[in-house]
Design a protein around this ligand. Structure first.
Ligand code: NAD
Length: 374
């Protein structure tokens, strides 16, 4: 079996795996073909991949010769069109959102895996790209907010007077949100956080932040630990609490998402209008509509004196460590797909393989994706 590593588009600096993963794959009797320049923007040269045992080839050759193609982002239409039925595709292609792409994989009979569908189980943690990349996003979001904010994060008592610490409000305390809380606390800010899942209250508090409580949130044990849609009554109470806290905050970090749906709207423009001029909003959910009504994906807009930064791909801005973590997640997953002879072997009795496989031989394998499409 030959794995092909593809170069991402210009807007993505990460690469799906660094040269350090190549040696482990070769030990598994899998050969590796790398597209020229695939690792360049993550500071991994062709020579480093070659030294690790990979061969380097032009894109068209990688697509032709490799059996199993690996990338980070969803493939574009041209790439999908060039894939023949026997190819296997793996990337993070958000199948609950990119329905048309799933349908074209299905109609071509391709076997495809989406790393964002790895089940959120204890065993799945080592392969969980959503977690590893959200760690990068939460970290970077706070650093960008601190750079943009026209005042300090920490408290200072100096001869030139006392500076009050910044107040940071984190909306959504999942992996990115908890990381954002931890970094904002390390920088000395006072942090408040809100989430519809009451289970995160203790984690928020253990990081030294205050948890904003709103009673009546709906939780569903069948949702795999994810948030679910909330009632109108709860949404109103939640809105009031968020508006009050946002008006006093210097920074709001938005991370709230619901898999396969538009991100919940938590900061309407009326709430932004009441924020202090100079405040900063970072919206990590911008690519699925944003938690802030005024967010635009990949853009910074300034309204009412507040900077609103829509950024859903911070990991691309930290390509070395983000690629390192992504590659390790992929390697751990590939361990489940190859037998001792380095041959591809698909075991649907394994819940991780079954959950991550989206299409195979014209069928939609992942149950959640199937329930949405059929
Ligand atoms: P996510 O990116 O889907 O969402 C971010 C956060 O936003 C979540 O905490 C969610 O509850 C919250 N949110 C959604 N709607 C909201 C709303 N209207 N208002 C406020 N907050 C809202 O979440 P994630 O970081 O991917 O984590 C989701 C779950 O998966 C968590 O339970 C987490 O502990 C769990 N998890 C499990 C594993 C594992 O076992 N492998 C790994 C990572 C995360």
């Amino acid at each position: 079996m030959r794995i092909g590593l593809l170069k991402e588009s210009d807007s993505e600096s990460r690469v799906a795996f660094l040269p350090e993963v190549v040696a482990s794959l070769i030990k598994r009797k899998v050969s590796v073909l790398v597209e020229t320049g695939a690792g360049e923007s993550a500071l991994a040269s062709d020579a480093a991949y070659e030294e690790a045992g990979a061969s380097i080839a032009q894109r068209s050759e990688v697509i032709k010769q490799a059996d199993f193609l690996i990338g980070i982002q969803a493939p574009d239409d041209k790439l999908v069109a060039s894939l023949s039925q026997e190819k296997i595709w793996l990337s993070q292609y958000n199948p609950l959102w990119n329905i048309e792409l799933v349908k074209s994989f299905q109609s071509k009979g391709l076997t495809t895996f989406s790393m964002d569908a790895i089940p959120r189980s204890t065993r799945g943690q080592a392969m969980d790209v959503l977690s590893s990349q959200a760690t990068v996003a939460g970290y970077k979001a706070v650093l960008e907010a601190a750079l943009k904010l026209p005042s300090f994060f920490p408290m200072f008592m100096t001869a030139a007077g006392t500076i009050r610490p910044a107040t940071v409000l984190v909306l959504g305390a999942g992996v990115a949100g908890l990381q954002a809380i931890a970094i904002a606390r390390k920088l000395g800010a006072q942090v408040q956080a809100f989430d519809v899942r009451s289970a995160v209250k203790e984690e928020v508090m253990s990081l030294g932040a205050k948890f904003i409580e709103v009673e009546g949130a709906q939780e569903d044990s069948a949702a795999g630990g994810y948030a679910v849609e909330q009632s109108e009554d709860f949404k109103q109470k939640q809105q009031q609490a968020i508006n009050e806290h946002a008006a006093k905050a210097n920074v709001v970090i938005c991370t709230a998402q619901i898999p396969g749906r538009k991100a919940p709207l938590l900061l309407p423009k009326e709430a932004v209008a009441k924020m202090k001029p100079g405040s900063v909003i970072i919206d990590l959910a911008a690519s699925t509509g944003g938690n802030c009504e005024l967010s635009k994906d990949n853009e910074t807009v300034v309204e009412y004196g507040v900077s609103i930064i829509g950024q859903s791909n911070y990991p691309s801005q930290m390509p070395i460590d983000a690629s390192k973590m992504f590659g390790k997640n992929i390697l751990n997953f590939l361990e489940l797909l190859f037998n001792e002879e380095g041959e591809f072997s698909l075991n649907f009795d394994d819940a991780i393989v079954k959950g991550t496989c989206i299409t195979h031989q014209g069928e939609i394998v992942n149950e959640r994706v199937r329930s949405i499409i059929q």
